[in-house]
Write a protein that binds this ligand. Structure first.
Ligand code: PFF
Length: 466
């Protein structure tokens, strides 16, 4: 049997995992959530959740991957001698990333379309409020989808080292420099600092139970947890690598980029309209990227000219596109690697088959926006008519993600057992053994983290479906 593929270096692994974590959620989701929910107060809460809850879950996922050297489905079955209920956990860790890949692909395709139009200099068209609604119903989408899938395919067919790692090594630094460049630019605009103030000054009165839960969900999603990704990427590590140390870097990079993205978005909004108040801020990330920001790019023409504004818009969409591609690659690698392992087929075959399945599902899902009635009004629950796209987001993103997190926590401590978990993390990280961090991780993963995730799961089920 061929040896399992591996990352070529520690940096390569960290960049790939950070590439997965840094996504659309960081670029837009985080700034929007922070501004709506108390600015600095939300930031503090978010940072606490990253350290106290998400980092331990990330260690649980990575350690299971590295120990088993398998994708999530085969990791769960291999480590439990195929016990049926853990098989279910394994399957959930394959189906969830596949379905989330569908919804993420659809949004990445929109971003690619806006990138293309910005490069073509069509800012006035993008800024027209009617454009987005028409765009998501147009057949152009399918051409853009082919282009995006071609990029994902090209990266993944190169394998772990020559594909995923190489792409991350190019795209992540490029993303970082574009982000910093854009932040410096927007901070020179009039009234930019009012946006910074709005973003950072804490308003603790906004912190309610639902804001606390939103902060945790945002952090959990942003670190790519509950999707089998960190299990899969962990399985491409050798036993000499320092897992706890790398996980800390990944969490730091992800949180840092989210924080800096806020320094881009908020000053841009305030310089566009100094009288902005919360009510005017778009309350969804989709609204923010595709309707609000294009208006700002168009307005920039007055100060920096047509070419300047088109360059800024193109850089912004390229930045978000890079962030989205490295995430899409990581999530699609999960079912691909499971298929390769389970059926003992080549990477090319697995990619071809899974890719075909992804195309079919994504094309159907993208018809949710008024193109095809059976998908547009797919089902009704909680008195609301839902499209297929809504159902995918509700079920897989909102509901199953915390459930998968809960299952991996229970698995490492109560089934695989704490000693094995610790022994795996100790390997390659001599300072981890006996540290306070180790004790904290063991305690939290075995006690309050699963309880919190269970509460989120129950709460979501109760609110969403009844
Ligand atoms: N961490 C990613 C983000 O913040 O956008 C989450 C993610 C979503 C990763 C979807 C991968 C993916 F396909």
């Amino acid at each position: 049997m061929a040896a399992r593929e591996q990352f070529g270096s520690r940096l390569g692994f960290i960049l790939a995992a950070a590439g997965s974590a840094v996504g659309i959620g960081n670029m837009v989701g985080f700034p929007v959530a922070a501004t709506k929910n108390g600015g600095g107060a939300f930031l503090l809460l978010y940072a606490l959740f990253v350290v106290l809850i998400c980092l331990p879950v990330m260690l649980a996922e990575m350690s299971v991957g590295r120990h088993s050297r398998k994708d999530p489905l085969n990791a769960y079955t291999h480590l439990t001698n195929n016990e049926p209920h853990w098989r279910v956990a394994g399957w959930l860790s394959i189906i969830t990333p596949f379905m989330i890949a569908v919804f993420y692909l659809v949004i990445t395709v929109w971003i690619f379309g806006y990138l293309f139009q910005s490069i073509m200099g069509n800012l006035d068209q993008l800024a027209d409020p009617a454009t987005f609604g028409a765009f998501i119903q147009s057949s152009d989408l399918f051409i853009y989808m082919v282009a995006v899938l071609a990029v994902v395919y090209l990266i993944l067919q190169g394998g772990v080292k020559q594909g995923i790692e190489k792409a991350a090594k190019v795209m992540m630094p490029a993303l970082f420099f574009m982000l910093i460049g854009l932040v410096i630019f927007v901070l020179t605009l009039d009234n930019a600092f009012a946006g910074v103030e709005y973003y950072l000054v804490p308003d603790f009165s906004k912190i309610t139970a639902s804001v606390v839960s939103a902060a945790l969900s945002q952090a959990f999603f942003s670190l790519s947890l509950g999707m089998g990704i960190m299990i899969t990427y962990g399985s491409y590590l050798d036993s000499k690598s320092d897992v706890p140390g790398s996980a800390k870097f990944v969490a730091l990079a992800d949180t840092g980029v989210a924080f800096i993205a806020g320094l881009l978005i908020l000053p841009a909004i305030f310089s566009f309209n100094p009288d902005t108040n919360t009510a005017e801020l778009s309350d969804s990330s989709v609204g923010m990227i595709f309707t609000f920001l294009p208006k700002i790019f168009l307005a920039l023409q007055a100060s920096i000219g047509y070419l300047g504004a088109s360059i800024v818009a193109s850089l912004f969409f390229l930045l978000v596109f890079f962030a989205a591609i490295t995430s899409l690659v990581s999530i699609f690698e999960v079912p691909v690697s499971a298929f390769m392992e389970s059926k003992k087929v080549s990477r090319k075959k697995a990619l071809g088959l899974m890719g075909a399945l992804l195309v079919v599902t994504s094309v159907i899902a993208s018809m949710s926006f008024g193109i095809w009635d059976p998908v547009t009004s797919f089902v009704t629950y909680a008195d609301q008519s839902k499209s297929l796209f809504d159902v995918i987001v509700d079920v897989f993103y909102d509901t199953i993600l915390p459930l998968n997190g809960l299952l991996i926590c229970l698995f490492v401590i109560y089934r695989w057992k704490k000693d094995n978990f610790n022994a795996e993390l100790d390997e390659g990280a001599p300072n981890y053994k006996g540290s306070f961090f180790e004790k904290y991780v063991d305690f939290s993963v075995g006690t309050f983290i699963p309880v919190i995730l269970l509460l989120i799961f129950i709460n979501t089920v109760a609110l969403k479906y009844f």
